[in-house]
Design a protein around this ligand. Sequence first.
Ligand SMILES: NC(=O)c1ccc[n+]([C@@H]2O[C@H](COP(=O)([O-])OP(=O)(O)OC[C@H]3O[C@@H](n4cnc5c(N)ncnc54)[C@H](OP(=O)(O)O)[C@@H]3O)[C@@H](O)[C@H]2O)c1
Length: 297
Amino acid sequence: MGALQDTDAIWGAMRARQSVDTQNADGFARMLAACLDLSIAWIDHADIYDDGAVEALHGQAVTRLTAGQRQALRLVTKCGVRFASAGQPGVRLHHYRADAAYIRHQAEASLKRLAAERIDLYLLHRPDYLMQAEETARALDALRAEGKIAAYGVSNFSVRQVENLAIRTAQPLAANQIELSPLHTAALDDGTIDQARARNMAILAWSPLGGSRLFDPQDAAGRRVHDTLTRLAGSYDINDIGALALAWVRRTGAIPILGTGRIERLESQVTGLRAAADMDVQDWYEVLEAARGQRVP
Ligand SMILES: NC(=O)c1ccc[n+]([C@@H]2O[C@H](COP(=O)([O-])OP(=O)(O)OC[C@H]3O[C@@H](n4cnc5c(N)ncnc54)[C@H](OP(=O)(O)O)[C@@H]3O)[C@@H](O)[C@H]2O)c1
C-alpha cells in the first residue's frame, strides 16, 4: 500500500485537534491505526496546522504504534504559508515563501515534530509570487538527495505555475494538491486536472466535502448536491452521503483527502467510497449539474 498512485484516499490531519477522537496522542494513534487497517497509509499534514501542534501530535502518537505500523505510514507535509502567529515570530502579515533557506528550515522542523526520518511527499503549500524557480527546485532536489524527502510537489498551483517549476526540478513533480469537490469544480475546466493526467502527477483533493458545506442546509449548492446524492445513494447501497461525494471526486482520478476527525465516519466514508468507485457516468454528471445549477452545454 506504499505508492501514492495506488491509494484511493488520504487522511488529512488539519482538524485533528478539534475532534474528540483525535485531539490527544492516544486518540490520534487509534486514528492512524484505523487508517492503516483500511489500507490508507498516506497522512496529510502542514507545518501551519495549529502552528505545528498537529505535526507534534502525530510525533507523539506514533510512539504508541508498532514498528510495522510506523513503517507503513506515508507522510505528506507542506511549507510556504506564513502568517502572524505565536509559532511564527516576526511575521506581521499573510505571505508565502519558497526560498531555499526557508524550505530547508521548515522541512527539518517538520521532520522533528513528526518524529520521522523522511517526509514521503513534500509540498509547497501555495505559490510564492516571488519564487525563484531554479533556487526552489535546487532546494527540493537537495533535500531529496539527502533522503529527508522522498518526493516533492505543489499545492494550489496554477497550470503555468506548475510548468515554471516542473521544467527546473531533477525529478517530476509528484502531485498538485488542490481544492476539488462537487462544490468546487474549477479544476475540471482550468486545465489543472488535464495537466496532472498528462504529467502523470497525482491530484490530491482537499476539502472534498467542501469542508462540510455539503451538510449545511443554508448552502444552496450544498443542499442541491446533497439531495441529488441522497437520490443516487440507493443504487450504490450507500448510507453515507459524504462517501458518495468522495466517490464523485475519486471518479475524476483525484485522491480525496478525508478531513473527518471521527474514526467511525472515516470507516464509513472509505467503505462507501470504494463501493461507488465505478460511479456511473450519468450519475457523475447529474451531481455536477446539481452543483452548478445548470447542465453542461
Ligand atoms: N492544501 C491546502 O491548501 C489545503 C487546504 C485545506 C485542507 N487541506 C487538507 O485537506 C484535508 C481535508 O480538508 P477538509 O477537512 O476541509 O475536508 P472535508 O472532508 O471537506 O471536510 C471535513 C469536515 O466535514 C465534516 N463532515 C464530514 N462528514 C460529515 C457529515 N456526514 N455531517 C456533517 N459534517 C461532516 C467533518 O466533521 P467530522 O470531523 O465531525 O467528521 C469535518 O469537519 C485537511 O485535513 C488538510 O489535510 C489542504
